[in-house]
Design a protein. Structure first.
Length: 314
């Protein structure tokens, strides 16, 4: 998202929120809500991989940490949902900082394998410690999200809330895209040794971004928990981490809008090819291969090239 067109943003915002008031079909509203959650997760992951070159294969773990912390606190200890929106991301931030301190000193496939190992540990914990997490059967009895006296008890109300939150996040990502941190991350991605020669603390910068993205992902996990009212380890497995990689790459690495576009585009696949559910990851893999070979910039990068080429021709 290089330059946010104000007119286009207002039109998209009006359409997005208007759908909530104009559409009564709960199924479609539900699909759209989950797409927005996935889009925010992908956009956050794109900051790590697309901007910073940090190959984290354990993002599903932070998504799960946010979800389970919120569920356990609200159901077992009666903590208000609004408070869990703060506690869960904070816990994910601390965990990511502890894990990231040694792990982020690695690079390439070593970093990918280390974060994958962390993700598997968290998944095993969610699956085996049934006394806390409910185990394979999942965690039930989760109430509605409520804050400031408002309770999101219907599909429509949650969609409208999610749309508003989504649009706010888009604006915040636009601010990030123009910030010094954005350029510092790209500098680190291109040459860590050069960054150090300029006095940039590479490890601390990567660690702060890694932990911040983990907190954002956990916050989305909290929203997912209060939306579905039921969570199980399956939703936070390695498969979800792979899905984030696919959505970010297909949408366009290095473009915040790419993460959003990729999540929406691939989000339609389970709906369109519902009868081929067992082949979902094969379809994802095929699309990923096609994009890497023929459209390395993803959807966002390809569209940007086409717009630039069209402008030059004029």
């Amino acid at each position: 998202m290089r330059k946010l067109n104000p007119t286009l943003f207002v039109l998209c915002a009006a359409a997005l929120i208007g759908i909530g008031f104009g559409v009564d079909n709960e199924y479609y509203l539900g699909v759209a809500t989950l797409m927005m959650i996935n889009a925010l997760n992908t956009a956050a992951f794109n900051v790590l991989l697309g901007y910073g070159g940090v190959i984290s294969m354990g993002q599903a773990a932070f998504y799960g940490i946010g979800a389970y912390v919120a569920a356990v606190l609200s159901v077992n200890y009666g903590v208000p949902p609004a408070v869990t929106l703060l506690i869960a991301p904070a816990m994910a931030f601390v965990v990511a900082w502890i894990v990231g301190y040694p792990v982020l000193k690695l690079h390439g496939h070593y970093l990918a394998m280390a974060t994958l190992g962390f993700g598997m540990i968290v998944y095993i914990f969610m699956n085996e410690f049934s006394g806390i997490t409910g185990g394979p059967s999942g965690f039930m009895g989760i109430g509605n999200l409520s804050f400031l006296g408002f309770e999101l008890a219907t599909e429509k109300s949650f969609y409208i809330f999610m749309s508003t939150f989504f649009l706010i996040c888009v604006l915040l990502y636009e601010v990030f895209d123009k910030s010094f941190l954005h350029y510092k991350l790209k500098f680190i991605k291109n040459s860590e040794s050069a960054c150090r020669s300029y006095g940039i603390n590479v490890t601390r910068t990567k660690l702060m971004v890694f932990a911040s993205v983990a907190a954002i992902t956990a916050l989305n996990g909290v929203l997912y928990t209060y939306y579905t009212h039921f969570i199980s380890p399956v939703s936070f497995s390695f498969k979800y981490s792979i899905s984030l990689v696919c959505m970010a790459t297909v949408g366009g690495l290095g473009y915040i809008s790419g993460g959003i576009v990729g999540a929406v585009f691939l989000g339609f696949i389970p709906e369109v090819f519902a009868t081929f559910e067992d082949f979902e990851m094969i379809i994802y893999g095929g699309l990923l291969a096609v994009v890497i070979m023929f459209f390395p910039g993803g959807i966002a990068g390809t569209l940007k090239k086409l717009v630039r080429k069209n402008a030059q021709n004029k």
